[in-house]
Design a protein around this ligand. Structure first.
Ligand code: ADP
Length: 668
């Protein structure tokens, strides 16, 4: 492999690349790799057509800059010749061609030559080649991007590449014949593939530098050279003939007097990205019976990436043909023929080499794997939308297998991922809100707990004293019915206070969970021992657990069950009722359901039941602490408590079900 094919003609300016994949789509050689979300031109695959440069709206594709080396050459004592591509009228439309030549001379060029004369020689070479090798099929080699494409992607066709140099090289050989072998040659044109051609090992040191028109404009600007400040001048002879038409599609055929005969289909011209790829493919499959295929990577050289004139294609085309008309009318054909004869001995032959860059196709298994990662599970998922830069999902998958593309380039896949991420985010946002609420609640409980602990501690002893003395006095004043009654009231109220204090003490305790492995059923049963069901209530305990063991604070969960059960008893009162306690489990969580057939809880009350000190029970009966303590305990166990209730007999049997879900091992 020679070094020239590894020289990057185009680079990506990473900071500018917005990763739109347009360059991937437009690259006929698929020489652009997307890695870590960045586009990168692979020099060994690049054919220098410059499509990526043209289509990048962000100017993120940078062409190899030759202005510095051209400047150095122009400063040397050795004479330098400018080889001007015949498309220059399409670029420098603002001035007369003689002014343009004057500007080149002002820049320091010793000679200014027309590549169009080289094109005349090349055209003659083609005519002779076709005449001398009847029956052979050729692909024209005037466009270096086409040559690079065939060498890399259709290496079997290398023998079909017409063994003739490009007009640029033909002209360089003429110039060296005219001015000696040491003269430096700088090509000036619309093409960036010339930068690759110039380095081709088959053309040693024929061209010293290549300047795109855009680069030449920079040099003019930097040297303050403008048409009005320069002395108009003529090209150095030899002057060209029909070669001036080369930059227009089919121009070479006209120059060589080889008309594109579409009827017999023997000579075919094709230009532009898609037509050239198709034409070469068809040429290979022998579907087209052609003798000569004239293909250009751009829509004529007048569309080359080095052109900066924004005028539409046909305007640029007419600029070239108008110039050609003017020059042709002034051409001394006798003189031209003499020059052609004089340069009869200029060698126009060259060889080409295979630089096979084709990939071996990945296995079907690998391709399918890549497709699956993009959620393309069946043919119906292959949208082939082309947003990734590849024509089909399969081509994209192959590129992924080859390390050229990434899964995220698939737009439908990325949108789906994004939707999923938004969904997940909403979910975790909800969870966050719930956790925040629970945190606020438990913070509230914690501070209440501290306060409660203080008050309970202070009240417990004096209450004990009040109770003790009330009972002592009651015994001593047993005869006095009135005083005895009063003392009973004092004792009852003091008892109530003790209950409240006991409730407050739970607040103080619930911040610590002392987990131990227990059988949940045993906890439930011990709860009912402390609070047996009254006669009017049918109690049913349904143990549906597969694994009875849970990691919980036994006392606290007993308290939870007691609170729920007592509330259910209270709700059902003296009415006939049923209480069903159900225990369920999954691998990582357990559920306790307490269902009663009481009157249910009205909507406006449901919201408040977990608030501390909220009660609907009469004074002396309820403290309003049961459910808030229950809530606190459940949350401290990383669990959840919820309720379902119906208080409207019209909607079905009334009643309430509290559902407590606890993690089996304490992790929520
Ligand atoms: P308390 O039982 O001391 O009133 P709780 O915090 O345990 O305090 O209960 C608060 C309120 O929730 C009760 O007063 C009652 O109105 C309502 N409640 C709780 N459980 C039930 C139930 N199973 N059926 C109907 N209402 C209930």
């Amino acid at each position: 492999m020679d070094s020239s094919i590894n020289i990057a003609v185009v680079n990506t300016v990473k900071e500018r690349c917005r990763v739109c994949f347009t360059c991937v789509r437009e690259c006929p050689a698929k020489a652009i790799r997307i890695m870590d979300g960045q586009a990168e031109v692979m020099p060994e695959r690049c054919i220098g057509c410059g499509n990526c440069v043209r289509v990048c709206s962000q100017n993120a594709k940078q062409v190899r800059d030759c202005t510095a080396s051209a400047r150095l050459l122009l400063q040397e004592d050795t004479p330098v010749a400018a080889l001007v591509a015949p498309s220059f009228p399409a670029e420098f439309a603002e001035c007369d061609y003689t002014e343009f030549i004057g500007m080149l001379r002002a820049l320091g060029f010793t000679y200014v030559h027309e590549v169009a004369f080289g094109a005349d020689l090349v055209a003659r070479g083609y005519k002779r080649l076709l005449e001398n090798t009847p029956g052979s099929r050729y692909i024209a080699t005037t466009c270096p991007a086409i040559v690079a494409y065939v060498e890399r992607y259709h290496p079997e066709l290398v023998p079909s590449l017409a063994p003739i140099v490009s007009p640029m090289v033909a002209m360089a050989r003429v110039v060296k014949q005219l001015h000696g072998p040491d003269v430096h040659c700088i090509f000036v044109g619309p093409c960036i593939a010339k930068k690759g051609e110039m380095l081709s090992p088959e053309l040693p040191r024929e061209i010293d530098a290549t300047l795109a028109f855009s680069e030449l404009r920079h040099l003019f600007y930097a040297a303050s050279i403008s048409p009005e400040k320069t002395i108009p001048s003529e090209f150095d002879p030899p002057f060209s003939g029909q070669g001036m038409l080369f930059p227009i599609s089919g121009g070479m055929l006209q120059a060589a007097n080889l008309p594109e005969d579409l009827m017999s289909g023997e000579i075919v011209a094709a230009d532009g990205r898609e037509p050239f790829v198709g034409a070469i493919r068809e040429f290979q499959s022998s579907d087209v019976d052609v003798t000569l295929l004239e293909v250009l990577a751009c829509e004529g050289c007048i569309s080359g990436p080095g052109i900066t004139n924004p005028a539409p294609l046909f305007r640029r085309r007419s600029l070239v043909s108008r110039y050609a008309r003017r020059r042709v009318s002034e051409t001394d054909y006798e003189q031209w023929r003499k020059e052609m004869e004089r340069h009869e001995d200029v060698c126009l032959t060259r060889q080409f080499q295979e630089h096979d860059q084709r990939y071996t196709l990945p296995s079907e298994e690998e391709i399918n794997k890549a497709l699956w990662t993009m959620n393309k599970l069946g043919p119906e998922d292959h949208l082939n939308c082309g947003a990734c830069g590849y024509d089909t999902c399969r081509e994209h998958a192959i590129a992924i297998c080859k390390g050229l593309a990434e899964t995220e380039m698939c737009l439908p896949y990325t949108i789906e991922q994004l939707k999923r991420a938004v969904g997940d985010l909403a979910l975790s946002n909800n969870q966050l809100q719930e956790t925040q609420q629970a945190l606020m609640h438990s913070e509230k409980l914690a501070s209440m707990g501290q306060l409660a602990a203080g008050i309970a501690h202070e009240l417990n002893n004096p209450l004990g004293v009040v109770l003790m003395y009330s009972h002592l006095l009651k015994r001593e004043l047993a005869d006095s019915e009135r005083l005895g009654k009063d003392l009973t009231t004092i004792a009852e109220q003091a008892d109530r206070c003790k209950k409240i204090v006991a409730g407050l003490l739970h607040f103080a305790r619930q911040n610590k969970v002392l987990r131990q492995q227990v059988k949940l059923m045993e906890v439930v049963q011990s709860g009912f021992k402390g609070s047996p069901a009254p006669a009017n209530i049918r109690l049913e305990i349904r143990d549906q657990m597969k694994n009875p063991i849970v990691d919980i604070d036994r006392d606290q969960i007993t308290q939870v069950i007691l609170n729920l059960v007592n509330n259910a008893f209270d709700a059902m009162g003296d009415e006939e009722g049923q209480l069903i306690v159900t225990l369920l489990d999954k691998e990582d969580k357990v559920t306790i359901e307490v269902r009663d057939t009481g009157p249910g809880i009205p909507d406006d009350i449901v919201k408040k039941v977990f608030e501390p000190f909220f009660t609907t029970k009469s004074i002396g009966k309820g403290t309003g602490l049961g459910l808030s303590i229950t809530y606190g305990i459940v949350k401290m166990h990383n669990g959840d408590i919820s309720l379902k209730t119906n208080c409207d007999p019209a909607k079905g049997p009334t009643g309430t079900t509290f559902r407590v879900v606890l993690p089996r091992h304490g992790h929520g």
